[in-house]
Design a protein around this ligand. Structure first.
Ligand code: AMP
Length: 292
């Protein structure tokens, strides 16, 4: 496995790889890798001949009061994990190469980024779109794999690729969870022991709400209130500070009063738990016919 930081060098290596007829798949990450990231790399291995993984904690997607400085990092362990999955090349760019003095461009994808994470974390998605576009231009993969864990991000990437004519197939892979349902995240390491016990509440709320919908509820107000109620249970002693807990149309995050039969719906939650911000989501299809 090669570990490359130099942009010119990686361009040259990948040009040769593409010219040899190999299909290149790319998995962008911020490192501190876990089984969720690994599942994306395994997917990449299945759909391509050559797998590139980038590790870059992108300052542009962190707000001024967010956790850029303390974001967990462990390059040595990350390299070992990449190697164990069969990643061919790790791209480890330097901040000064990605954002040299005078860097003045950004990519703004509107609409789908204006709610939820976009509203709670101003500028976050401009940072995500800009770094992903830069990485796409450096690596020129045939395919790129993203996690459904960051649902809104996956919509943004698909939109950017379509609007800006990137010739890259975007694959969205399922969210990997621990046994109790908590979605794996590099940030879970921030959770204190008692917070870690409460954290599966997001998954439980999503699952219960999914059942409500599968049993025939289509009224968004009722669905959203039900999901919120599950995050506000007395046993959590008010420790889950909810940023949002909503149901929306999965395709474009629009918010009809009522869902219709066969609509694909996404349930999305973001909470603060102590000093950690957690997000999670799940998809559910509105039944075509209710059977009791
Ligand atoms: P990050 O390192 O958090 O920026 O994530 C890099 C990629 O891994 C993104 O496409 C995420 O959506 C994806 N990812 C993060 N957590 C998970 C998970 N639990 N399951 C699947 N993919 C994930």
């Amino acid at each position: 496995m090669q570990i490359i930081s130099d942009i010119h060098q990686i361009r040259k290596i990948l040009k040769d790889i593409r010219q040899s007829g190999k299909i290149v798949a790319f998995v962008p990450t911020m490192g501190y890798l876990h089984q969720g990231h690994i599942s994306l790399m395994e997917k990449a291995k299945k759909v391509a001949d050559f797998v590139v993984c980038s590790i870059f904690v992108n300052p542009m997607q962190f707000g001024p009061n967010e956790d850029f400085e303390r974001y967990p990092r462990n390059e040595k362990r990350d390299f070992e994990l990449c190697e164990s999955v069969g990643v061919d090349l790790v791209f480890l760019p330097k901040i000064t190469d990605m954002y040299p003095i005078g860097h003045a461009s950004k990519i703004v994808v509107s609409k789908v980024t204006e709610v939820l994470e976009g509203e709670k974390r101003p500028g976050h998605f401009d940072g995500v779109a800009t770094i992903v576009a830069k990485l796409f231009n450096i690596i020129s993969p045939h395919k790129a794999i993203f996690g459904q864990k960051d649902y809104q991000q996956s919509l943004l990437i698909k939109k950017m690729v379509k609007d800006l004519n990137f010739d890259i197939e975007i694959i969205v892979a399922p969210c990997i969870r621990s046994a109790d349902g908590l979605a794996l995240s590099s940030r879970n390491v921030y959770l204190r022991e008692e917070e870690r016990q409460i954290a599966p509440a997001l998954f439980m709320a999503l699952e219960k709400t999914k059942q409500l919908i599968e049993n025939g509820e289509t009224d968004r107000k009722i669905i959203n209130a039900f999901m919120l109620k599950h995050l506000k249970k007395p046993e959590f002693s008010g420790r889950l500070k909810v940023d949002y807990a909503v149901s929306l149309l999965a395709e474009d995050l629009s918010d009809p009063d009522y869902f219709l039969a066969k609509d694909e719906v996404v349930l999305l939650i973001a909470v603060h738990l102590g000093k950690t911000r957690l997000i999670d989501n799940t998809k559910v299809t509105i039944p075509s016919k209710i059977t009791f």
